[in-house]
Write a protein that binds this ligand. Structure first.
Ligand code: NAD
Length: 499
């Protein structure tokens, strides 16, 4: 049994709390490693290392910091296969999907190579008589991030790459379900040239998270995970005077208009609904066809596609569509919600409950499920299922479909499939959701834009990555400067004879 470590001040260190979490191989159901769960004291040690390392790093010029990012990109590409394999082994997603996880983080690192440009301040010449005014963006100091299991490479990089490019030290508390890739990333950052203590990984659970929230030296907290925890960390972190951004759960609707290309819509729904076993915050979990005829045509196109999906372990080759869910507890919760859908009267058109994969009976695999005639009062509509379960809610009109997306408490992403530019434009303008796709099912913005939901999907006012990250990880300082008249007035310019 492998015992994982923390990564502090440039070294792998064993956990000392005596508490561990099981890290599973979701494909086989076996416990493959033990993840140490840090105590408050262990977190405080990491904070001390970070606080000692940060001032020198903050004083390094931004171009040199950017060069570390350049080298880190090279190392990520060099180790792509190794990272993807470690990621799939603990998370369960397919290898191509795991590479996408690394790649989308890598693109944020590439963006951070622009730190010298992004950190430039503002300057007003002669703001008053002889007065200049300028602002600069300074690092916060010691920053921290708490990340979910579903993107163990991308989401840590969303946070630590801009934080470190801005001159901060960063403490990462990754998900205890798949901590190996975050540990590998910390090693690679040091190989790329980040000084010891600038990126540390402290594994843990609530105790480690609370130690972050309450530590007076930590200046900011980034969180991505489920909404109840996001709300908790945001409230307590803000009341402790920290800068906090927390991103929560999702229930992403896809509106299918009668004029949509139904094959394109069905293909998009299958990929966005079942990819990564539905364990994506930008997964489409609700299809909203407009009109019964559209709904009937959509279901007819969806069923054969869903029945063809290949579910299997990441080791079974690149034609596997999705793998197991992350834990037995997640599987049980998802199947419980499926049962509630049946009990509450939804029509289970594709039933994956009896799915069994020969040779992997103990793995956490779930067959794909498709519900039709779901209504907003049902648990499967209100709750985030985070599994391979797609719900269809039939809407009578475009306005009704729009209202559904508007009324749901989550507001991460949404999409509309249509050939009507006016409908698409109206939808994008009016819907109260943060990220919108027009004939694009998973509208995840690229690194140089920003990522963030609305409503209960996000707490705080700045988004992830893109220009917002450089604001989040710096403070503005504004200087107003006037210099007394210098030597040019009072000085002696005549060549005097010596007395
Ligand atoms: P989670 O909320 O269970 O865990 C996230 C992090 O919080 C982990 O590091 C975990 O150790 C920690 N944590 C768990 N319980 C805690 C507690 N009681 N107190 C303090 N910390 C605690 O989420 P998860 O299951 O790892 O990830 C899935 C969730 O993340 C889904 O809801 C998904 O929608 C969401 N998510 C959101 C985004 C986004 O950008 N909005 C992106 C990815 C995932």
């Amino acid at each position: 049994m492998q015992e994982l470590t923390h990564y502090m001040n440039g070294e792998h260190v064993k956990g000392t709390s005596g508490r561990f979490a099981d890290v599973f191989n979701p494909a086989t159901g076996e416990v493959q490693a033990k993840c140490p769960l840090a105590s408050t004291d262990e977190m405080a040690r990491a904070v001390d290392f970070a606080a000692a390392a940060q001032p020198a790093w903050g004083a390094v010029n931004p171009q040199r910091r950017a060069r570390v990012m350049m080298e880190f990109v090279r190392l990520l590409n060099r180790d792509m296969d190794k990272l993807a394999e470690a990621l799939s082994r603990e998370h369960g997603k397919t290898l191509p999907d795991a590479k996408g996880d690394v790649q989308r983080g890598l693109e944020v690192v590439e963006y951070c190579i622009g730190a010298p440009q992004l950190l430039k301040g503002e300057f007003t010449d002669s703001a008053g008589p002889g007065i200049d005014m300028y602002s600069m963006r300074q690092p916060l100091g010691v920053t921290a991030g708490i990340t979910p299991f579903n993107f163990p490479a991308m989401i840590p990089m969303w946070m630590f790459a801009p934080a470190i490019a801005c001159g901060n030290a960063f403490i990462l508390k990754p998900s205890e379900r798949d901590p190996s890739v975050p540990l590998m990333l910390a090693e690679l950052m040091e190989e790329a040239g980040a000084p010891k203590g600038i990126l540390q990984v402290v594994n843990g659970d609530k105790e480690a998270v609370d130690a972050i929230i309450d530590h007076p030296v930590i200046q900011s907290i980034g969180f991505v995970g489920s909404t109840p925890i996001a709300e908790y960390i945001y409230g307590r972190g803000c009341s402790n005077g920290k800068r906090v951004q927390c991103f929560g759960g999702a229930k992403n609707h896809m509106i299918i208009m009668p004029d949509a290309d139904m094959d394109q819509a069905a293909d998009a729904l299958v990929g966005a609904g079942y990819g990564a076993a539905g364990e994506r915050c930008m997964a489409i979990s609700v299809a909203v066809p407009v009109g019964d005829e559209t709904a009937d045509r959509l279901i007819e196109k969806l069923v054969p596609r869903i029945e063809k999906l290949k579910v299997g372990p990441y080791t079974a080759g690149d034609d596997v569509d999705y793998g197991p869910v992350v834990t037995a507890a997640a599987k049980e919760k998802i199947l419980g919600l499926v049962q509630s859908g049946v009990d509450q009267g939804a029509e289970l058109v594709v039933d994956g409950r009896d799915f069994n994969l020969q040779g992997y009976e103990d793995g956490f695999f779930i067959g794909p499920h498709l519900f039709d005639r779901v209504t907003p009062d049902m648990d499967i509509y209100q709750q985030e299922i985070f599994g391979p379960v797609l719900s269809t809610v039939r809407a009578g009109s475009y306005e009704e479909a729009l209202q559904l997306a508007m009324d749901h408490e989550m507001g991460n992403g949404t999409a509309i499939f249509t050939r009507d530019g006016d409908a698409a434009r109206d939808f994008a303008a009016r819907v109260n959701v943060g990220m919108i796709g027009v004939n694009v099912p998973i509208p995840v913005p690229l690194a140089y834009h920003t990522f963030g939901g609305w409503k209960k999907s996000a707490f705080g006012d700045l988004n992830q990555h893109g220009p917002d990250a450089f604001k989040f990880y710096t403070r503005t300082k504004t200087v107003t400067a006037r210099w007394p008249s210098g030597i040019k007035e009072g000085g002696e310019f005549n060549f005097k004879a010596m007395d």
